[in-house]
Design a protein around this ligand. Sequence first.
Ligand code: MN
Length: 230
Amino acid sequence: MRSSGGASLHVLPALPYAHAALEPHIDARTMALHHGKHHASYVDNLNRALAGFPELQHRSALWLLQNSGEIPVAARTAVRNNAGGHLNHGLLWRAMSPGGGGEPAGALSDAIKRDFGGFAQFKSRFADAGNKVFGAGWVWLVRAQMDGGALQVVTTSGHENPQMRGRFPVLVNDVWEHAYYLKHENRRLDYLNAWWAIADWDEAARRYEMSGNAAARQQDNDDGRPIAPA
Ligand code: MN
């Protein structure tokens, strides 16, 4: 967070690796555009949408998504779309790593076996769900906050985030065409299958552990701003 004339602005987080670090699975040009143009535009447009509402400018992207009734109607759609774009892309960059791939370990591995029947079955479910998203959206491995905390594969449209529906993200992939089209063109399933080589299971395991801790869940957002009621 930085300040400008008393108002705090959302900022584009630095990528945790170089644009070319995920080659050949995701090409450097796609990463440069996806982070430096697409994600950057969500941040800029979120700040622009909040420009007339100083009482909302210190709120996290997650808070803005979870409290849309607090957003003036004239700004509500722009805030929701761009707060979601900002939050979801921050999660996406951390869901991938040049040292990724392989399989999850520990409690997350056990939960995947319990709830999907095995790791291969989970991967198939996730890729199939992502492939079937109509238009632009996201595919997620989430932990439900109800139903005994079961793992589920869910999809969202646009830039909606499953925390708007009581589900905590463990792993996420972006299936908007801008995420894959330069390299994979119309073959979204090829991208989803190639993506396993860079999925960061250490980060997913960390998030699975966090999912069982209400206080940690509340603090998990784009920039560390509190989302609990003021
Ligand atoms: Mn994207």
